[in-house]
Design a protein around this ligand. Structure first.
Ligand SMILES: *[C@@H]1O[C@H](CO)[C@@H](O)[C@H](O)[C@H]1NC(C)=O
Ligand SMILES: *[C@@H]1O[C@H](CO)[C@@H](O)[C@H](O)[C@H]1NC(C)=O
Ligand SMILES: *[C@@H]1O[C@H](CO)[C@@H](O)[C@H](O)[C@H]1NC(C)=O
Ligand SMILES: *[C@@H]1O[C@H](CO)[C@@H](O)[C@H](O)[C@H]1NC(C)=O
Ligand SMILES: *[C@@H]1O[C@H](CO)[C@@H](O)[C@H](O)[C@H]1NC(C)=O
Length: 431
């Protein structure tokens, strides 16, 4: 627990006012975490109603709980990999809960690396808050989210949990009592929930009762959390080394050229200048490429740490390229589950079959995962102009080399789909 203390105390008192506000929030979180119930990673099987705090009644030789973190970046295919875990009937999945922390501590910045700037202090504080909340959530203490949800939950109920509909457990009984329409009671509930649209879940299930959500979390054996808000694996070291957790990190990476293309499509407002360049072929003067440099820098640092195999990461780190997952979803998914030490279940297999063969390409939703994954993984090659690709290749050359993404040297090479730009490269999990 000393990690909390030092984070809060190091909080430099020379910092400007806004940091004081932020640090109060951090300390509040730290205190909450201190007084939180002690817990053990031992849990009893499902459906007995025994939560993590009832250690005494645990089976002496339980299956280990696995705390899974998907470390990703925006538009790297994290919704896809998230679904591979979300669909599992014994995994409690949360989609980007750290969103609430960031929006609350809004004025702190993760991006500044200047060691003595207020922004660097902010970065450290924000990461400390992220880690504290992750620790709580992995322990099924969902009430700890309430500090960050705006407006504050009333009687532990909230309408505002970010992307609640992306979590199958939060859209299924007992958290959500309503069953999907037109499906009789005879159908298996889990299967029914699969057919829900995210928005429909939110509309039909009403406010989220966080007490019920906590119970649902305790009843599932494993917990998976997806985030795009932690820049590097090194930022997670204290969690990885925490003996009360059994943390396994899956780092998801993608070709930065594909990330750029997808970001332009998904966030047209923030990427206006890029969109103009893409559509007109003329490069605007006010182009901001810092998001790309930051992503590539994070990849290089993080993947460099991971592949360097420091002892603290042994058994805890797996690198996955989105392109490999899209190319061979079943094989990759099996590898992922083997690494996690969790048995795959038929829900996951069924989801893969239905979502990677171009079955129902109905997805207009911003984060849709229903599509022919293999075809879209390199679809950017028809969308980006060669000059844009060149720029990314210059900015991210180390990242491309490290991850096995081939550079192209001409527009013809860019569009020639008979050659994949994701070279065959095996990244074995560090076991
Ligand atoms: C964030 O900082 C800006 C100035 O940097 C200030 O104008 C704004 O009010 C701050 N917002 C919050 C929520 O503190
Ligand atoms: C939330 O669920 C718990 C557990 O079932 C229940 O005791 C509580 O009354 C519910 N809260 C509200 C506001 O309905
Ligand atoms: C998924 O595919 C199976 C057959 O592979 C089919 O029975 C099932 O209805 C499909 N589910 C959805 C939601 O499309
Ligand atoms: C990347 O670019 C830098 C400067 O543009 C160059 O010094 C370096 O050799 C390049 N590295 C690779 C792996 O291509
Ligand atoms: C595409 O690349 C392959 C392999 O390098 C080459 O044989 C083929 O001629 C190229 N096609 C075009 C249209 O350039």
């Amino acid at each position: 627990m000393t990690g909390h203390k030092s984070t809060a105390m190091e909080c430099s008192w020379k910092a400007v006012l806004l940091l004081v506000v932020a640090s109060l929030a951090i300390q509040y979180t730290a205190i909450r975490t201190f007084i939180a119930k002690p817990f053990t990673i031992c849990r009893v099987p499902k459906h007995t109603g025994c939560g993590p705090s009832l250690a005494a009644s645990c089976d002496p030789q339980p299956q280990p709980v696995t705390h899974i973190l998907i470390l990703a970046t925006t538009r790297s295919g994290s919704s896809f990999i998230g679904q591979l875990l979300n669909q599992h009937s014994d995994i409690f999945y949360l989609f980007e809960p750290l969103y609430h922390v960031q929006t609350t501590l809004i004025n702190t910045s993760l991006r500044s690396r200047h060691p003595s700037s207020p922004a660097a202090d902010g970065r450290r504080l924000l990461l400390g808050a992220y880690r504290d909340l992750l620790r709580s959530l992995f322990n099924c203490q969902l009430h700890d989210l309430e500090t960050y949800i705006k407006p504050a939950p009333d009687k532990h109920r909230t309408q505002r949990l970010f992307r609640r509909g992306a979590s199958k457990a939060l859209c299924s009984p007992p958290v959500c009592a309503t069953l999907p329409p037109a499906l009789g009671g005879e159908l298996e509930q889990e299967g029914a929930a699969e057919r829900w649209e995210e928005g429909e879940c939110v509309r039909r299930c009403g406010a989220l009762n966080l007490t019920l959500a906590t119970q649902a979390c305790s009843r599932r054996h494993h917990i998976a959390i997806k985030t795009v808000r932690i820049p590097e694996i090194g930022d997670l070291r204290t969690l990885v080394e925490d003996p009360r957790l059994n943390l396994k990190v899956i780092q998801l990476v993608r070709d930065p050229r594909g990330i750029l293309s997808s970001r332009i499509d998904t966030f047209p407002e923030s990427f206006r200048a890029w969109k103009i360049w893409r559509n007109s072929g003329r490069r605007p003067y006010n182009l901001d490429a810092s998001h790309l440099s930051a992503t590539c820098e994070d990849f290089v640092n993080s993947v460099g740490t991971g592949l360097g195999r420091p002892s603290w990461l042994k058994g805890r780190y797996m690198l996955v390229r989105y392109e490999d997952l899209a190319r061979e979803p079943e094989k990759k998914t099996e590898e992922i589950y083997r690494f996690l030490g969790v048995m795959m279940d038929s829900n996951v297999q069924r989801w893969i079959l239905n979502n990677t063969r171009g079955a129902g390409a109905s997805g207009n939703h911003k984060y849709a995962t229903v599509r022919d994954s293999a075809a879209t993984a390199e679809g950017w090659r028809f969308k980006l102009g060669y000059d844009m690709v060149e720029l990314v290749q210059n900015l991210c050359n180390l990242t491309l080399a490290q991850l096995g993404y081939r550079m192209v040297n001409s527009p013809e090479e860019l569009r020639n789909m008979s050659v994949s730009l994701a070279e065959d490269k095996t990244f074995l999990p560090f076991l």
